[in-house]
Design a protein around this ligand. Sequence first.
Ligand SMILES: Cc1cc2nc3c(=O)[nH]c(=O)nc-3n(C[C@H](O)[C@H](O)[C@H](O)COP(=O)(O)OP(=O)(O)OC[C@H]3O[C@@H](n4cnc5c(N)ncnc54)[C@H](O)[C@@H]3O)c2cc1C
Length: 454
Amino acid sequence: MHTLFEPAREVPVVDEFDICVVGGSCTGVFAAIRAARLGAKVAIVENNGFFGGVATASQVNIWHSVYDIHGEQQIIAGLTTEVTERLKHRNAVWIGAPTDASKYFILHTEELKIELDEMITGAGVRPFLHTRFVAPIVENGRPVAVAIEDKTGRRAVKASYFIDATGDGDLVDRLGYPCYKRSGMQPPTMCAIIRGLDRIKAEYPDFSLSQTVFNPLYPNSLKKGFLWSAGVPGGQGDTMVAGTRVFGVDCSDADQLTKAEMEGRQQVRAICDILRQNFLDEEINPLVALPAKIGIRDTRHARCQHTLTEEEVLYGVRFPDAIANGTYRVDIHNHEAGGILFRYLDGTEVWIDGDGNKDVRRWRAEGEEPTPFYQIPYRSLVPQNGDGNVLIAGRILDADPGAFGAVRVMVNCNQTGEATGVAAYLALNNNAPVEAVEIPKLRQTLAAGGSAII
Ligand SMILES: Cc1cc2nc3c(=O)[nH]c(=O)nc-3n(C[C@H](O)[C@H](O)[C@H](O)COP(=O)(O)OP(=O)(O)OC[C@H]3O[C@@H](n4cnc5c(N)ncnc54)[C@H](O)[C@@H]3O)c2cc1C
């Protein structure tokens, strides 16, 4: 590859913090808030002009169950509950109760942006928006700052501890920590807010968006896949639709990300054109809003002290260093064909192939007790061969494909954020490496701050 030499330069230091969180989805925001509420001086660096990550930038608006699969025991609380409570006051969340009696939440993600701003301000965290982390600054073999690029130019944010919540592991990768990417990464999806579906339903009672957009009878139909949608709380019949998929791209590669963004938008246009040309008055444009960014499911993972396995998830292995609990099913979108696999904690599994054929089976013998919930250990957030002052949170966590398919959802990522914020604070307080955080103290401090620790 042709290269150029970029001269070394001095970088102004913005300020010095105890903890710097890189990446400001709910994962990163929750890490920052938990550390700041304990008394740490915290900075958070976010590439977008708002917080929330996939939930806001990519319009993904469902948080799954915070109860065990029987709907009896609350297994997730903390800032997830705090946020849903705050959104209730703004009529910005719908709470549903599917058949398993547990609850899910449909969020008004524009309102979520404003709530997260208020929570960051309330906790006294220093926000850096429209700011991209570009490189770690290492002294004596240990990161001491992150170089950022923003409207002001290139600057440095110094800190004693760092949390990588970038989704793609930008910080740990650039530090040279061991990371991995799978050849079969789950594909990204360009969501969109679409209007007019209620009108179509009224006129065509048998209408199914999913069957329509993948129907090869329509010349602009999408490659067979899986589509889900959710209303927008407080909206006027608007629907968030997640039905596109861009196959064969690695969104942690800049050129492939560019391709994915543009192809994803073309697929949204195809959905809208099918609706306009076949179900709506052509004068009506169903497209209300595109997301700021394509929704990325899977890219790089950090190699950590523990690789969470699908078996541990499905059988609900209990960990002494558990910092999070979840029930969301194993959910693997096929990386090259349109199919999807779900494995549920109740023992069933559902395969849907690229042509939409569905096969329901069991992964667990009939009559065996279902798994009420699974856990995520702290060790899956502690990088291998780290420098003692870096943790990871969110979808970068170390998990095999099946475990990742389950734990990648936001209610789980949120808890990993909270755990790393508290762990970084405890390490700071003891002037100790993140590997040496006392687990009982970590779990106790998480619980004292409102987390469900079991
Ligand atoms: C289409 C789709 C549908 C999904 N459906 C659901 C669902 O229904 N419910 C659910 O709970 N989960 C769902 N998920 C999964 C879930 O949304 C993600 O796994 C989760 O949000 C990942 O969180 P994260 O914090 O790790 O990463 P992200 O949400 O990707 O956040 C990373 C943040 O870091 C910032 N960042 C990245 N690099 C830099 C940098 N260099 N400098 C500064 N900032 C940076 C980004 O801007 C972003 O804000 C879905 C995902 C997709 C893509």
